[in-house]
Write a protein that binds this ligand. Sequence first.
Ligand code: ADP
Ligand code: ASP
Ligand code: MG
Length: 418
Amino acid sequence: MSLIVMKFGGSSVGDAERMNRVANRIVERKLEGNQIVVVVSAMGDTTDDLIDLAEKIAPETPSAREMDMLLSTGEQVSVALLSMAIHKLGHQAKSFTGWQVGMITEAVHGKARISDIRPERVHTALDQGNVVVVAGFQGMTEDGEITTLGRGGSDTTAVALAAAIKADLCEIYTDVDGVYSTDPRVVKVARKLNEISYDEMLELANLGAAVLHPRAVEYAKHYNVNLVVRSSFTKNEGTLVKEEAVMEQGVVVRGIAYDKNVARISILGVEEKPGQLAKVFNALADQKIDVDIIVQSGVRDGAADFSFTVSLSDADKAISVIEGIKSSVGFKEATSETDLVKVSIVGAGMVSNPGVAAKMFDTISSLGVSINMVSTSEIKCSCVIGSVHLQDVVRALHTAYDLDTDNQAYVGGPSERR
Ligand code: ADP
Ligand code: ASP
Ligand code: MG
């Protein structure tokens, strides 16, 4: 008998019919002789709808604590309904919130990290013959406060729980057939990967590939969880995420990711004196603003320009932090731009291939698109460009790195996403 964690995302349980279909899928897996723990997300666009609602009530500063209280309700609806759907098929199931299964997190609202899992109730309910249905995306601090794990965080609930209960397998069921060379909704000839290494997947996820939450991949790597991404709409084989993946010969770039959640902050005319960068980035760090790509221009007439990227939701806060230290830093102006996207190529084989980044720049410039910022590492190269060019650039890069397949990528689920 195997112990399997099956995770279903929001679009897989978007309405009652899909909920019933998922219940069938779970029961099939149980009848194969497995013990099943299910992790489920909020139905369809529920989380976005709840955020919209909160913005209507408190447009300026919704309390982070109350936001978590609100958003955690979405998953709670799903677990109760899914358990009922399993009961209807004549099988025992029991739903649990994150805190009921001992999902303990650090005391940070909105993007809490899991600090401990005390899954005694999962084991008890399994021993009693239940399918255990757990709400994703949520936890509780040691002080009993409800937290959420960040957008897309149900993947992390699933993988972390799989590690904690020593599951044999963790299956992430979603609305595409697996992990592709890029988002199959943007490039129709994207290539489905049979396997991908934890490191490459982590890089793709960190750079915006929504198919897996980055922290889920971190967990999988750390605890060596057998992880599969597959479709909840088809029976097709999915993608295995594992320590070492077999590379197709000659493949240097494995995948292309993009991130729309990017704002560029520029500080212009910064007085040239030692310690300026440190002042700016310490002030941002004090306010928990994560900074990604940083560029400093050469000094002209005793002044320099800095620019850096932050997530869209931090853009206004970053500007007010910088305005707050204007007198001590000394600069002309601070601006933010939000119509940008970061496009990245990823591949373990890039280290030993010096021409890879050059090809990226050539491909983008041959479309007449300017590159605003660049960042590279051994395994990736990222360019920030205007968001209107996203589709053209991703498609051209996909072709340039020989990633196109002859087959149209199969997309099992609905394409109407927010
Ligand atoms: P779920 O609701 O199941 O958690 P998500 O929307 O979070 O689903 O993730 C699945 C989506 O990720 C797909 O619909 C697809 O558009 C997007 N995606 C982005 N990059 C990739 C990729 N490289 N491979 C597969 N899907 C990707
Ligand atoms: N419901 C949450 C979200 O929409 C968590 C998840 O789907 O994984 O981000
Ligand atoms: Mg997701």
